[in-house]
Structure formats: structure tokens, C-alpha cells
Design a protein around this ligand. Structure first.
Ligand code: EPZ
Length: 416
């Protein structure tokens, strides 16, 4: 079991390139199941979740060829619609196979993903949406068994915005008969990106990126090529690490448009930002950040996937701030670990009150989920002494080579 050892070593400085977005690549890979023609995807991140979902679609019969960040997929040979629990439980995003398999093959047996560290992660919105399109869905022995000779276009309103439920319904409706109108859709940038891919495959979609999306179903979708957009959460993670260590970094190959709210919060904390078309520079001029309140909410508000990282910044900032987590019911597990490093955090339900300290102390800590791991790395980079982070497999699910990238920015960090 790998560990990461960090010794606080002052400001991060220099340039870093971010990879393609994990949470964009996952629905893009699922969408390749909708076509029997070859698909080519570039800028695919080398993270564990992507490797797992590729293994899963190979299990279904697809041909997968990978050359670094370039992927070629041929789903003409898919012969199974059964996504087994043993694989699905390791990556919840497998639920994204449900819509495409049902739309293309008329059936799908996808294991219920189960919960994860941050919450129960229900999939009722996915199921109710597909039922609205005429799918017959039964839950049997932990599996979602879905059948539909051909899905029929319909109107469906989500109870609450759900990123992957919106993506699932978008993919399913693309091959349904007739027009589908989805209301109360999630607005995350990964959704217009998925719609752009589906349209390049021949789908007819309007309104992706707004809360109402209309899809006119077609009978088949052809192959195409697509580039995965930059990872906005990896970008935010590096910027927050630079802020916490009072550094000066430039993030390259990114897209400032996808994280305006996070950039605004970093400016509120006292950081100086310069933005280009595909780069962001954050400078602190060596100054300690000011404590900044954050409240997570669906896009374009502050992303829940940046909450743990920004909390680490607040533990070191001047003053007190509140961190409110509104999306997931159990996304404060990094708090106990940060407290082991001397952080002053008081939990009151979904609100954490963080009183900033000049320094934290390095300590042995344990990663509990993907973004909590990043939060502990940020705290370790800015702490006095040595921090050892255990269970870093959580980190590898969503960050590729984060230790080597941080080394290039001057961090004393190594994997053992
Ligand atoms: C996506 O998860 C992301 N994952 C998550 O990133 C991210 O935290 C989340 O969106 C919110 O931005 C991927 O894109 C693969 P939701 P998703 O459905 O789609 C409730 C990471 O760190 N809900 O938008 O599962 C749900 O419980 C991961 O990269 C239902 O009640 O999130 C939550 O409270 C973690 N029923 C809220 O909606 C449903 O059927 C938003 O969840 C679906 C969701």
C-alpha cells in the first residue's frame, strides 16, 4: 500500500500542466458504447478511475487501444450488457454505462454502485429518468435490470440537478424515438462537452449547459474523435496548494472559464490572478492568505470537489471562515485528519468553522476519499516537519503523477 511522505518546504513556484478532466472523460468513454464505429479520444488522463472503466467496457466486449493519453475504442464487438458488482463497486461512475447500453442494445444489467466514503450516492434520478423514457427497470439482487425495445422521447424534470444523471439521460435520449425534454439539468461544463461529442456523432441536442435540454432522437450514431477538456478540479487543487504555501505558480493547458467562482474565492483570499486563454497564474507575493467563507452548490457555484482543498487553505489563513458542504452528507472526513496536524476546526452539521493558524505540524494521516487526499497534501506542503499520508490509492483515482508534478514546483514529496 503506497504512502506519500511530504516535508514542508516553503512556497510552490514554477509551471505545471494539468491533464484532461476525469469527470469529463468518464461520460465520454461511456458514450462510445452508443456507436458501432471507431472512436478516437485524446487528452485522456492517466488516472485509476479511467483504467477501471476501460477494463469494464473491455469486459463487455469492446476493443480498447491506448497510447499514452490517446484512446481508440471500437464498441462494434460489444456482446454483453452485464456490468458486474466486483468492478462497479470500485468506480461508481459505472452507472454511466446504463443509459448507453439500454439505448443501443435495448437492455442493461448494471450493478447498483453502492455508496462511497462521501455519501450514500443514490441513483434514483437515473432510474426515474430512464423509466420516463419507457424503460422497464427492476432492481434484482443488487442489479439494475433495464429493458426497452426502443426508448421513447418524453419530458422529464430532475428532482435536483445531478451531473451523471443528466449525462445518462442525454446519452439514452440521443437514440430514443422522438423528442426528449429534460428540465432542471445540471450545468457542469462536462455536460455541454458531452453534448458536443454526441452531436459530432450525429445526435441532435439543444440547450446543454442550461437547465433545459432538448434531444431529438436518431436511429444510429457514427464514430468521431474528441479531445477531453482540461481538469478544472486538478487546476483548482494546484492553485490552492500554491496559495497555501505562499507561492507563485502558472497552471498550463487549462481553461479559466470553468472555474471562475474558485478563482474569485482565491482572489478574496488575497491571491493575485492573471488569466490567459489556456493558463492561470496565481501569485501571493509571499503573503499569508485571508480566511474566506465557502458554500458548495451546483455549478456555477463553488464546486463540492474543491471543498476539502479550500478547507486546508483556510486552516492556515488569517482569521476564521465557515465551510458549508451542501452536496454530500459526509464530505468532512478530512477534518479529523487536518486536526491531527493542529488545525482548529469545529463541526456543526454541514458547517465547519475554521480558525486559521500560522503553521500546522506534520503528522501521520490517512486519506479517506479522493479530494480529502488532496486536502492532506496541501496541508502537508505548508506544515512544519514531515507528513505521511496513508491509503494514497484514493488519490490515484483522480490525480495522475501529482507527486512528480509537485516536485517540479519545489515540493519535498515522495511516494514509498
Ligand atoms: C459527479 O458525481 C462527480 N462525479 C462528483 O465528483 C461530483 O462531486 C458531483 O458530480 C457533484 O459535482 C463524476 O462526474 C463522475 P450528483 P454525481 O449526481 O453525478 C444526489 C469527484 O471527486 N443524487 O451531481 O454522482 C447526490 O446524492 C467526484 O471527482 C440523488 O439524490 O453527483 C448528491 O447529493 C466525487 N439521486 C447530489 O444529488 C441521484 O440519482 C448531487 O450529486 C443522483 C444524485
Amino acid at each position: 500500500m503506497d504512502k506519500i511522505i511530504i516535508t514542508g518546504n516553503g512556497p510552490l513556484c514554477g509551471e505545471v500542466r494539468v491533464a484532461g478532466a476525469k469527470n469529463a472523460a468518464l461520460p465520454i468513454i461511456a458514450a462510445t458504447l452508443l456507436s458501432a464505429e471507431p472512436m478516437h479520444i485524446s487528452n485522456v488522463p492517466g488516472v485509476r478511475d479511467i483504467a477501471t472503466v476501460l477494463q469494464l467496457i473491455e469486459l463487455l466486449g469492446a476493443k480498447v487501444e491506448r497510447e499514452d493519453t490517446d484512446l481508440s475504442l471500437d464498441c462494434s464487438t460489444v456482446h454483453s450488457v452485464h456490468a458486474p458488482y466486483e468492478m462497479v463497486k470500485t468506480i461508481r461512475a459505472s452507472i454511466l454505462l446504463l443509459g448507453p447500453l439500454l439505448a443501443r442494445f435495448g437492455e442493461a444489467d448494471v450493478s447498483l454502485p453502492g455508496g462511497c466514503a462521501i455519501g450514500t450516492r443514490p441513483v434514483n434520478e437515473h432510474i426515474m429518468g430512464l423509466q420516463a423514457l419507457g424503460a422497464d427497470i427492476r432492481i434484482e439482487a443488487g442489479y439494475i435490470k433495464a429493458r426497452a425495445t426502443r426508448l421513447k422521447g418524453a419530458q422529464y424534470t430532475f428532482d435536483a440537478p445531478s451531473v451523471t444523471a443528466t449525462e445518462n439521460l442525454l446519452m439514452a435520449a440521443a437514440l430514443a424515438e422522438g423528442v426528449t425534454t429534460l428540465d432542471n439539468c445540471a450545468l457542469e461544463p462536462e455536460i455541454p462537452d458531452l453534448a458536443q461529442l454526441l452531436c459530432a456523432m450525429g445526435a441532435k441536442i439543444e440547450g446543454a449547459g442550461t437547465s433545459t435540454i432538448s434531444i431529438e432522437g436518431v436511429s444510429t450514431l457514427h464514430g468521431t474523435s474528441h479531445r477531453v477538456p482540461p481538469d478544472r478540479i486538478e487546476t483548482g487543487t494546484f492553485l490552492t496548494a500554491a496559495a497555501a504555501t505562499r507561492g507563485d505558480i502558472t497552471v498550463l493547458d487549462t481553461a479559466p472559464d470553468f472555474l471562475h467562482h474558485v478563482l474569485g474565492k482565491l482572489e478574496q483570499a488575497g491571491c493575485k490572478m492573471e488569466l490567459g486563454k489556456d493558463w492561470i497564474r496565481l501569485r501571493t507575493d509571499g503573503k499569508r492568505c485571508k480566511a474566506t467563507n465557502i458554500t458548495t452548490a451546483p455549478y456555477p457555484a463553488f464546486p463540492t470537489d474543491m471543498q476539502a482543498q479550500f478547507m486546508a487553505l483556510n486552516t492556515l489563513a488569517e482569521g476564521s471562515a465557515t465551510v458549508v458542504e451542501n452536496i454530500f452528507e459526509n464530505r468532512f472526513m478530512h477534518v479529523a485528519e487536518l486536526q491531527r496536524m493542529g488545525a482548529d476546526i469545529e463541526l456543526q452539521g454541514h458547517t465547519a468553522i475554521v480558525r486559521g493558524k500560522e503553521r500546522l505540524q506534520g503528522a501521520p494521516v490517512m486519506a479517506t476519499d479522493l479530494r480529502a487526499s488532496a486536502s492532506l497534501i496541501i496541508a502537508g506542503l505548508a506544515a512544519d516537519g514531515e507528513t505521511t499520508i496513508d491509503r494514497v490509492y484514493h488519490l490515484d483515482r483522480g490525480y495522475a503523477n501529482i507527486d512528480t508534478k509537485l516536485q517540479e514546483l519545489g515540493a519535498h514529496i515522495r511516494r514509498v
